[in-house]
Every structure is written in structure tokens, then in C-alpha cells.
Design a protein around this ligand. Structure first.
Ligand SMILES: NC(=O)c1ccc[n+]([C@@H]2O[C@H](COP(=O)([O-])OP(=O)(O)OC[C@H]3O[C@@H](n4cnc5c(N)ncnc54)[C@H](OP(=O)(O)O)[C@@H]3O)[C@@H](O)[C@H]2O)c1
Length: 382
């Protein structure tokens, strides 16, 4: 279904035709906030030349323009990406129109090898990281500040109080958390609630047809706390596009520069999933990346995929996922080939005999308006 909406704000003149612009992007309220973000976020991990892979500045700007022309306003960068280059280029691309963007960046990863305090979630690294990001981005505030990865060492109180101080100081407007166990996030937001501190409004996780384990705890937690989910790796770093062919291929992954990222994703199981993605793409005349993105967008909860593109062509291909949706039979085929075991306690709690004990046979008579798909009142077979 093509969605062409009339949109008259924020427009560079060359996109305005007779005072009206056509676009496909819609906006959503981000988690438990009033912040308005486009339904796709743009990842900028590829923006940079400091590592041995990525896109040139010229190509990165084309990716950025393709995204903004489609109505995108939600940019995802990090201090670490290309050792600061991604932030610098992103800052340059938005300069002059900074207010219209929801600019998200992250802290936690090391910016000085060998210095124990140049990484981590603690207050010292938090303060030095936010100041350095503001300088590179050329702005005096960050719309959404992500804790990038849980360090396993900093007390949750220190993190939440430190982030709240940044919000009160006006350097950061909202906060989110990425790559962290569900029990830490739950503890953090419960603590923030009790102390009157700023809670996380977003959760960033690796989530795709080849990475569905977040369905066990992270995604039900996000739904329970009203966190928006911004998945990364949604096209499996390219594996779901079919660019890698067989696990037996001695040259796989073909692009050696991304081998450190994609190597663990190369498996017979993932090729079987990619084959189904390609089959459905062929049937509907879309691309595999579009199918992978649409599958993620249809999963329960608020899902705003972060699209990753190294070229303008990839960006345009990904953006066109908004032009169709998958039907139930296509979703069922993708689910069947990619399903993961839920494990304990889900499998135990969801067995009919255990449910019977828990509800005394009344589960069929009880309407639960807060039921989560991960913990159904009545199992499909029960
Ligand atoms: N919070 C975190 O820890 C974390 C981690 C990773 C990423 N992220 C964020 O999420 C964003 C996306 O993640 P990601 O880049 O790892 O995952 P991804 O979107 O699964 O993979 C992107 C890669 O897939 C290939 N690709 C993308 N679209 C394609 C298309 N239409 N056709 C063919 N190939 C296509 C390209 O590979 P080639 O370059 O080989 O062509 C591209 O570099 C990043 O930019 C970053 O902002 C966050």
C-alpha cells in the first residue's frame, strides 16, 4: 500500500511542488514521551573513513539526503563510530537545519585505548563523552542520549542520577539504553520512577529474523515499560539480503572488511532464513532487505528500525519498505523458519498442565487486557 501524504513543513524548496510535498514517512510518539520521530531511523555506523570499511563523505551525504527527502528526522550515531568521524559528518550534514532533527548519539565505548576511565557507564566517562560529542556534532544539546552497552561495573544509581543531571542541565533531552540485559533496564526505570529521575524511553537491541532471542525478555520488558524499540542489524548486516550464498563458501563472508561483524552470522540456519526472505521478496516484487525490515515492523510493540546503508542505492531500497506490508501468511512463513526456543521460564509457564495449576481451569474464562504475547493466558495448544 503506497502512502502518499501531503506535507508542507520543514521543506527545502527543491522538494516542494506547487507548495505541497509528497512523502511516505509517518511519525510516531517515541515510547512514553511526546517526542515525534519518523517511523524509520537512519543509522550512521557507515558514515566514516577511520575504520577499514564504511562510506565516503560524499556517499554518506547522499544516504542522509535520501533519508531526509523521504521525511526521516531520526538520526542514530555514536561517539565510537569511526572514532568520532560519524558524529562530525552527521553534525555537518544537519548544520543550518539542526532543530528539525531528533539527534541521537551514544556513550560507553572507549575513545582512548589503555585508559580505564575513557570507557564505561560511570559518571566520569558520561560527562567527558557528552562534552566531546557536543563538540563533534556542533550542537549544544542532544535529543536522545543512549547508554551504548552495559559495562557490568557501574551501579545503576550512578547511571540514572548522572543521566538525570544531564537532562536537568539541558545538554540532553531524553535518554535510552542499548545492549543491556532486561533485568538491569527494569531496575533502572523502576529506580528512576521512585526517585523522580528521568527514565529511559527507548531500548536499542539487535533484533532481526536471524536474531530473535530478544523476544524472550527484552521485548516483553519494553512493552511493559512503554519503551520504544529501535532494532539494529535488521537486515543481518547484509546476510538477509542474500549477499552471502552458502556456509560452505570458502570466501564467505565475501566482504572481508565486515567479517568481524558478519562472521558469526554466517550459518546454514541463517541461509535458510535468508532463502525464505528472498523467496517472499521475489513473490511480491520487493527486495529482501525490504522484507526483513517489514517483518521487524510487524512484531508486537513499538518498533522503529534503524536502517543501515553503505550506499545511496541501499538507503533508497530500504526506505521503500514503507510502500508495502507483509500479509499474515508471509509473516507465518518467516516466523516458522526463524523461530527460537523461548526457554525457561516461558516454556514451563506456557505448558497447559502448569497453566491449569496456575488458573485452576479458569484461564479460558478470564480476559486479560494486559496479556503479553510472550506469556499468553492460554497457550495455542492448551
Ligand atoms: N547499539 C548498537 O550496539 C548498534 C550496533 C550496530 C549498529 N547500530 C546502529 O544500527 C544501524 C544499522 O545496523 P547495522 O548496519 O549493523 O545492520 P544492518 O542494517 O543489518 O546492516 C547494514 C548492512 O547491510 C547491507 N545492506 C543494508 N541495506 C541493504 C540493501 N538494501 N541491499 C543490500 N545490502 C544492504 C550493507 O552491507 P555492506 O556494507 O556489506 O554492503 C549495510 O552496510 C547502524 O548504522 C547503527 O546506527 C547500533
Amino acid at each position: 500500500m503506497q502512502r502518499l501524504l501531503q506535507w508542507k513543513v520543514f521543506e527545502p524548496s527543491h522538494h516542494v511542488h506547487h507548495g505541497v510535498r509528497f512523502m511516505t514517512m509517518r511519525y510516531q510518539l517515541f515510547g512514553n514521551s511526546g517526542l515525534r520521530v519518523s517511523e524509520l531511523s537512519l543509522g550512521t555506523l557507515t558514515f566514516g573513513d577511520a575504520w577499514d570499511w564504511g562510506a565516503s563523505k560524499e556517499e554518506s551525504e547522499k544516504v542522509f539526503r535520501a533519508y531526509t527527502e523521504a521525511g526521516g528526522n531520526f538520526l542514530d550515531t555514536a561517539n565510537k563510530y569511526h572514532d568520532g568521524v560519524s558524529e562530525t559528518w552527521t553534525g555537518e550534514f544537519i548544520a543550518g537545519d539542526r532543530e528539525r532533527f531528533v539527534l541521537a548519539t551514544k556513550y560507553s565505548l572507549s575513545m582512548r585505548q589503555g585508559d580505564p576511565n575513557a570507557s564505561g557507564n560511570h559518571r566520569k566517562n558520561l560527562v567527558q563523552s557528552v562534552e566531546a560529542s557536543l563538540r563533534r556534532l556542533g550542537t549544544d544539546y542532544i535529543d536522545l542520549y543512549w547508554l551504548h552497552q552495559w559495562d557490568g561495573t557501574t551501579p545503576v544509581e550512578e547511571v540514572m542520577r548522572g543521566l538525570d543531571d544531564l537532562v536537568r542541565a539541558g545538554k540532553v533531552l531524553y535518554v535510552g539504553i542499548s545492549d543491556t540485559p532486561a533485568w538491569i533496564v527494569s531496575q533502572a526505570n523502576t529506580l528512576a520512577d521512585l526517585r523522580g529521575w528521568t527514565p529511559f524511553i527507548g531500548l536499542q537491541i539487535e533484533y532481526s529474523l536471524i536474531s530473535r532471542t530478544p523476544e524472550r525478555d527484552l521485548m516483553p520488558m519494553a512493552r511493559a515499560f512503554g519503551l520504544a524499540i529501535t532494532p539494529w542489524g535488521v537486515v543481518g548486516g547484509g546476510v538477509l539480503t542474500g549477499k552471502y550464498h552458502t556456509a560452505a563458501d570458502p570466501n564467505a563472508p565475501q566482504d572481508a572488511k565486515r567479517a568481524h561483524i558478519n562472521g558469526p552470522r554466517i550459518s546454514e540456519r541463517n541461509f535458510a532464513i535468508a532463502a525464505e526472505v528472498q523467496a517472499i521478496a521475489g513473490e511480491i516484487g520487493g527486495s529482501p532487505a525490504q522484507v526483513a525490515l517489514n517483518w521487524a515492523r510487524r512484531q508486537p510493540g513499538q518498533i522503529i528500525p534503524i536502517i543501515g546503508a553503505r550506499t545511496e542505492a541501499q538507503a533508497r531500497d530500504n526506505l521503500a519498505c514503507l510502500e508495502f506490508t507483509l500479509d499474515d501468511s508471509q509473516l507465518a512463513r518467516l516466523d516458522a523458519v526463524s523461530k527460537v526456543e523461548m526457554g525457561f521460564p516461558h516454556d514451563f509457564l506456557n505448558t497447559p498442565r502448569i497453566q491449569e495449576q496456575r488458573y485452576g481451569g479458569t484461564q479460558h474464562a478470564l480476559d486479560n487486557h494486559r496479556e503479553d504475547p510472550a506469556l499468553p493466558m492460554v497457550t495455542p495448544e492448551g
